[in-house]
Write a protein that binds this ligand. Structure first.
Ligand code: SF4
Length: 474
């Protein structure tokens, strides 16, 4: 069962009695890995209160959408999903479910989600999931008392409330997610997260160690430490992320530690030295650069220049054997000129990222950048996005070419979908399995049966997009 860390006001008084005939709940997750973890925690909270978690929306009395506000498009998807879910029930002549919105959209839009044609029944923000059992109990009761309608929107930040997802929940890509802090104190001018997730607040090192020890006791061998900005972790100004990672690495039986997301400005040499020194820490850095132009970085309030970013990359390459990098880019930020954009392409060529998640700038209401003139026309944003993706692909292909013929160890994550490009037989025959190297590269191999979690070696024969095609070695 999910629990809370911290001395919290008791918000669970209305919790449903554990018992028979409680509602069945379907949870759908949007957005980042933090939301995936939160959904696991919600799952644990509801199962602990006796609710039945189901895997299909049509089986559910209650549907919870755990949402993301990072881009306009992400929010539109959820709104239209609400309409779709209602329509499916009407079409199949089934009773309408209770629909709830959780997560960042709940925090950003609050009561507004309860208005209009596509209104939802329940709105619960990121720090208030412990109220869900009680609220669902009221909303699904056969006789709904008058006061049940009073409190259907619960939002607001509680800095000492931290969820712990049940360690028994299955890992994502063979890695158990462990959120180590929430919120963010950096105020990048385009970003909604400090408003939806609130200020940074760390889970205690003791709680993190206990959670991971529970995962290892249950057979888990790999964790991904999660946070909006994990490298800013600093428990009571006394334990930074490097020290935390050292402590986690001491857990017997734990074999691999990954982490997401790092902020370039927190990638201090001593952290990179620690990552390079500890064998259990995987040599993969997801360090969003966002732009290659100092002028744009200043307007984004990213706290580094492109020169400092490239120095960090150079240092990491010295300190961390086999390190790979991935990143995020925003193109068409207000005021971005063609020269600024060319600077971004230059950084892409220099770093040679394994993966780049590239987006057009999307204005979020209420953030500082919303006051800037969104002056790059959409057609130009699209052109820059396409050019950036093309440069990334070209750069990546040159890196991937140098990998062909090498033999790499990787851990089996699960079965993989793979199809040869039309007209090109790449020699691969199914069934296919996906291995992941410690530096986060995917290798597709064919084999009848593989054991998930097994460490194997594969010879790299080629690649398709960002996945390598390999052949198992003895
Ligand atoms: S570091 Fe910046 S982009 Fe990342 S979550 Fe914090 S404010 Fe948002």
């Amino acid at each position: 069962m999910a629990t809370f860390q911290g001395d919290l006001p008791d918000l669970t008084q209305t919790a449903a009695p554990v018992g028979e005939n409680l509602a069945s709940v379907y949870i759908e997750t949007y957005g980042c890995q933090m939301n995936v973890y939160d959904s696991q925690a919600i799952n644990g909270l509801l199962e602990g209160a006796g609710y039945n978690i189901v895997q299909h929306d049509l089986e559910a009395d209650v549907i919870l959408l755990n949402t993301c506000s990072i881009r306009d498009l992400a929010e539109h998807k959820v709104i239209s999903r609400v309409g779709e879910l209602r329509h499916r029930r009407t079409k199949t002549e089934m009773p309408q479910p209770v629909i709830g919105v959780c997560g960042c959209m709940a925090e950003r839009m609050g009561k507004d989600l309860r208005k209009g044609k596509r209104r939802v029944d329940l709105v619960v923000g990121v720090d208030n999931y412990d109220t869900l059992p009680g609220l669902i109990s009221k909303l699904t009761a056969k006789t709904i008392p008058q006061h049940a309608h009073e409190r259907r929107t619960v939002t607001g930040h509680r800095s000492d409330a931290h969820y712990v997802a049940p360690p028994s929940l299955y890992p994502i890509n063979n890695s158990h997610l462990v959120t180590i802090h929430k919120g963010c104190d950096y105020k990048c001018t385009y970003c909604i997260v400090p408003y939806t997730r609130g200020p940074q607040s760390e889970k205690s090192p003791e709680a993190i160690i206990e959670e991971i020890s529970g995962i290892v006791a249950g057979g888990g061998r790999e964790v991904t430490l999660l946070g909006q900005n994990v490298t800013a972790y600093n428990w009571q100004q006394n334990m930074d992320f490097a020290k935390l990672v050292e402590e986690v690495a001491e857990i017997d039986g734990l074999e691999r530690i990954r982490f997401l997301t790092g902020h370039p400005t927190d990638m201090h040499p001593h952290l990179m030295d620690t990552i390079g020194r500890l064998e259990k820490v995987c040599p993969w850095l997801h360090v969003p650069v966002q732009s290659g132009s100092d002028r744009v970085l200043r307007r984004m309030k990213r706290l580094y220049t492109s020169g400092q970013y490239l120095e960090m990359v150079d240092y990491a390459r010295q300190a961390i054997p086999n390190v790979t990098f991935s990143t995020d880019f925003i193109v068409g930020f207000p005021g971005e000129t063609e020269q600024d954009f060319q600077d971004t392409l230059e950084v892409t060529r220099k770093v040679k990222y394994d993966q780049a998640f590239c987006f057009k700038y999307s204005e979020r209401p209420g953030v500082p950048a919303a006051k800037l003139n969104d002056d790059v026309p959409d057609v130009e944003k699209k052109r820059r996005l396409a050019e950036l993706l093309a440069v990334q692909e070209e750069t990546w292909n040159a890196v991937a070419d140098t990998c062909v013929g090498q033999v790499w160890p990787g851990v089996v994550e699960g079965q993989a979908k793979h199809q040869s490009k039309p007209g090109q037989d790449d020699g691969q025959k199914g069934p296919f399995w996906r291995l992941r190297t410690s530096n986060n590269r995917k290798i597709i191999v064919s084999a009848d049966e593989l054991k998930i979690g097994a460490e194997l070696k594969a010879r790299i024969n080629g690649y398709k997009n960002t996945s390598f095609l390999g052949e198992l070695q003895d």
